[in-house]
Design a protein around this ligand. Structure first.
Ligand code: GLV
Length: 298
């Protein structure tokens, strides 16, 4: 089977992926879109990471697009994306990393560690009251692979966790949630969900952790709520424009912790094994795992 790797990534990252994919599925004939040397009419699968728009057209025998990223919003936004089955990346190593990041952010928010970091800047020695984990309500938006992994990890740590999925009433949950962690897929239904109305429904001094996509949040509403004290602190891993522009107010706002989209990096070794399993399923006529429902957008 001929498989094309189409990655809009730096060359060293593409090489690392190539090495891991070849190791996981040595029986496949792997080609790199940037190197050429392949017969477009022989390519059956495209394995993609940030493919430049239009790069997947002209492959008449294409049967599957396998994403190396968990989120497929960018792929689905490309009107030239061929209408073949599309699988997203579901990798246990990635879900575990996401759960670690969510746990760190929750502990730091609930125990005031971001406040202590700020206080240190002015040599301020000011202990805060200490609360138990089971006194803190955490709302996890999204109950897909990552949302469930995060909720399980936080519950194991003693937090009171509610996992919200779309369709369930949100307003009654917001009123009681002091920490909100976003792990929703980005779709037309979730874009801009975290806006002024959403934030106003939270208790005063709540915190938001966005580990999903920047476009879930209305940035001006978030900043205004931080300035008013409605939000105490936010942890942002994802942004409408990445890298976050150097003059963006998030960088210097004392109530914002910025991460450079690292909450859960795809682990090349384990993700390559996930890809290999799907390629073998396709070859053997077995069901493909983690197919995207295009109308739903994830
Ligand atoms: C990262 O954001 C991913 O979608 O894998």
């Amino acid at each position: 089977m001929d498989v094309l790797l189409v990655a809009g990534l730096p060359a060293d990252e593409v090489h690392a992926w190539r090495r891991c994919l070849v190791a996981a599925a040595p029986e496949i004939r792997w080609f790199d879109a940037d190197e050429g040397g392949f017969d477009p009419a022989a390519i059956e699968v495209a394995v993609v990471a940030n493919p430049p728009p239009g790069r997947l057209s002209g492959l008449p025998r294409l049967r599957l697009i396998q994403s190396l990223w968990a989120g497929v919003d960018r792929l689905l936004a490309d009107p030239t994306l061929p209408a073949v089955p599309l699988a997203r990346m579901v990798d246990p190593a990635m879900s575990a990393a996401m759960a670690e990041t969510a746990l760190w952010a929750t502990l730091a928010l609930h125990r005031g560690f971001f406040v202590y970091a700020r206080q240190q800047q002015s040599a301020c020695w000011q202990p805060l009251p200490q609360r138990r984990a089971d006194e803190a309500n955490v709302l996890v938006l999204g109950q897909g692979e990552m949302g469930r992994a995060v909720a399980t990890r936080l519950r194991a740590q003693g937090y009171r966790v509610h996992g919200w999925r779309r369709g369930e009433a949100l307003a009654p949950l917001l009123v009681a949630s002091e920490i909100v962690i976003n792990l929703l897929p980005l779709t037309d239904a979730t874009r801009g969900l975290i806006d002024a109305g959403f934030i106003a429904a939270l208790p005063r001094g709540a915190s938001i952790v966005n580990l999903a996509r920047g476009a879930h949040v209305i940035d001006t509403d978030l900043l205004a709520a931080l300035d008013r004290g409605q939000l105490a602190h936010v942890v942002l891993d994802v942004f409408g424009t990445e890298p976050l522009p150097p003059d963006h107010p998030y960088w210097r706002h004392p109530g914002v912790t910025v991460l450079p989209h690292v909450a859960a990096l795809t682990d090349e070794r384990s993700a390559a094994r996930v890809v290999a399993a799907n390629l073998r399923a396709l070859r053997d006529g077995r069901p493909i795992a983690h197919l995207v429902e295009r109308v739903k957008g994830y």
